[in-house]
Ligand binder design. Structure first.
Ligand code: SAM
Ligand code: DTB
Ligand code: SF4
Length: 326
């Protein structure tokens, strides 16, 4: 049977999540090895191309204008600046360049610059990814035709918990944009955040929603909340590291052929916790000292960690076992 077509029920996914940790990790690592080289990791680099002043009210985000954060709002940055950063990222070994904008959705007047950014990143031989908020059909086609490889659009949590975190859009709006992106042939990158006060069932439901997409997202970022001053989640209780690892392992088992990205929050994780996440099937990270606005581990620390674990960064020309099997 084609693993892509398994439809997960909530109960089956919850049963996986609740396995004894040794069984869960063994199963996740087994699935991982069937689909990927276990000693390789994909590396992406992020750049905020438009920071702050966002009209949405995401409770975790430093960039929402409604959160009273003191982050100054910027305009969309110039194409040349983006390409200078992309070149640095490529020379530092990253294979994908991800550009993020603090928008509810892009405006028509921004589309030419966005298209030029995608074309420029592609010309450098890198994969391109953007995250710009909601997109309409025309925008999806423009970005696809420019050569956009991935679109990041997180569902963040379960449908049930969504309105506790964001009130300015609905869970269904997120799914609509993802479907549009997927229908146009752009790969979807979608995941969420752990540690926002959600229940275990919300984490499982979020993964079930992603796993039951046809096909599931190619890339699944799992972020650990980085509490931001002056946001409603500034004082959220940190998630237990083992609970975090369980969620990564469950994502790996539910979505065997997707890249699972250990995303925001690595700067707060021990080497041991990150190693457990890789053992649980995470095989992608953001590299570079900043994410969009928050900090990421220093490059030296990451280089030491990967060397200690014998993990090698994927090269651009490298095919994963999953790709090779298509
Ligand atoms: N504005 C666009 C959007 O929301 O789709 C793109 C940028 S937004 C910052 C991308 C993702 O980053 C969010 O969906 C969320 O999952 C993650 N994120 C934002 N702030 C975070 C934080 N403080 N801690 C962890 N993850 C965060
Ligand atoms: C994702 O899931 N995580 C990245 C990326 N997609 C765009 C963003 C993390 C942001 C962390 C908080 C910040 O830097 O402001
Ligand atoms: Fe805006 Fe994205 Fe931040 Fe939400 S997560 S406030 S949409 S930048």
């Amino acid at each position: 049977m084609n693993v892509k077509n398994i439809r997960w029920t909530r109960d089956a996914a919850q049963a996986v999540h609740d396995l004894p940790v040794m069984d869960l990790l063994y199963r996740a690592q087994t699935v991982h090895r069937e689909n990927f080289d276990p000693n390789r990791i994909q590396t992406s680099r992020l750049l905020s191309i438009k920071t702050g002043g966002c009209a949405e009210d995401c409770a975790y985000c430093s960039q929402s204008a409604r959160n009273g954060s003191d982050l100054p709002a910027t305009k969309l940055i110039e194409v040349q600046r983006v390409l200078t950063e992309a070149r640095k990222a490529r020379d530092g070994g990253a294979t994908r360049f991800c550009m993020g904008a603090a928008w509810r959705e892009p405006k028509a007047r921004d589309m030419d610059a966005l298209v030029a950014m995608v074309q420029g990143v592609k010309a450098l031989g890198m994969e391109s990814c953007m995250t710009l908020g909601m997109l309409d059909d025309g925008q999806v086609v423009q970005l696809r035709d420019a050569g956009l490889d991935y679109y990041n659009h997180n569902i963040d949590t379960s449908e049930r918990y969504y309105s506790k975190v964001i009130t300015t859009r609905r869970f269904a709006d997120r799914i609509d944009t993802m479907n549009r992106v997927q229908a146009a042939g752009i790969k979807v990158c979608s995941g969420g955040i752990l540690g926002m006060g959600e229940a275990v069932g919300d984490r499982v439901d979020m993964l079930v929603t992603l796993a039951n997409m046809a096909p599931p997202p190619d890339s699944v970022p799992i972020n650990m909340l980085m509490p931001q001053a002056n946001t409603p989640l500034a004082d959220a209780r940190p998630i237990d590291p083992i609970a975090f690892v369980r969620t990564i392992a469950t994502a790996r088992i539910l979505m065997p052929r997707s890249y699972v990205r250990l995303s925001a929050g690595r700067s707060e994780m021990s080497d041991e916790m990150q190693a457990m996440c890789f053992l649980a099937g995470a095989n992608s990270i953001f590299v570079g000292e900043t994410l969009l606005t928050a900090e990421n581990p220093e490059e030296d620390r990451d280089a030491v960690l990967l060397a200690k674990l014998g993990l090698e960064a994927e090269r651009p020309e490298e095919q994963t076992l999953a790709d090779a099997a298509e």
